[in-house]
Design a protein around this ligand. Structure first.
Ligand SMILES: C[S@@+](CC[C@H](N)C(=O)[O-])C[C@H]1O[C@@H](n2cnc3c(N)ncnc32)[C@H](O)[C@@H]1O
Length: 205
């Protein structure tokens, strides 16, 4: 793993060790926000037909439980840079035959859809230009390995200044919308209307 992601992996490994498999264990404030994020991201999925989906930065696999309650026919792959997250996710979902968890940053072969919740938020010591380049590179890779579409969220640069933290990254939604529209697809949606200090972008191909 490169210098940029190693500290991020350690950060999340510490969280899951401290709090266990619950929203605080992946650094979310609570379940309501976590589920609200999943609702936005899952707009990219196809409710009518079978699909495969990769969950980039799956944490302990909370999205899998969310999908199981709403979709019938899908193959799920959760990937995460924290080995401890992956071990925890595997332990929790032993019975899920249509799901797998792997450590890393991308799947070995293309999938229908890719989603990523929370992977662009914690930048720790990386400076802004490097982190922006990392986001761009990660989106290019998600585009490359997703056949039908992908979705991701970011903290927003429209957050209240007095509540912003130096170790977090607040992205410009207009800049990322423009990137997705120019480089990935004509069909891009930006959702910035769900009450959290963040936005979700859905790219359909
Ligand atoms: C904020 S947590 C969210 C976990 C999960 N998506 C959820 O919403 O419950 C972000 C997770 O992404 C992982 N992560 C961060 N950057 C990643 C990357 N580039 N590739 C894979 N996993 C990553 C972290 O280890 C952490 O488990």
């Amino acid at each position: 793993m490169d210098n940029l992601l190693s500290p991020v992996a350690s950060y999340y490994t510490d969280k899951i060790k401290e709090f266990g498999p619950q929203p605080k264990g992946v650094d979310w404030n609570g379940e309501d926000g976590q589920l609200l994020r999943f609702e936005q991201l899952c707009r990219v999925l196809d409710p009518e037909a079978a699909f495969s989906v990769v969950d980039v930065g799956c944490g302990y696999g909370a999205l899998l439980d969310f999908l199981q309650e709403r979709y019938r026919d899908f193959q799920y792959l959760g990937i995460d840079i924290s080995e401890t997250m992956i071990e925890t996710a595997r332990d929790l979902h032993k019975a899920a035959a249509h799901a797998h968890f792997l450590s890393g940053t991308e799947p070995e072969s293309p999938v229908d859809f890719a989603v990523a919740s929370g992977i662009f938020n914690v930048r720790l010591g990386s400076d802004e230009p490097n982190w922006k380049a990392y986001i761009r590179d990660t989106l290019q890779r998600m585009h490359a390995f997703s056949k039908r579409g992908f979705a991701f969220n970011c903290l927003t640069s429209y957050s209240d200044a007095d509540r912003m933290r130096a170790d977090l990254h607040y992205a410009d939604p207009c800049e990322l919308f423009d990137l997705c529209k120019r480089e990935f697809s004509r069909n891009v949606a930006l959702f910035h209307d769900y009450g959290l200090y963040e936005f979700t972008i859905v790219v359909r191909k």
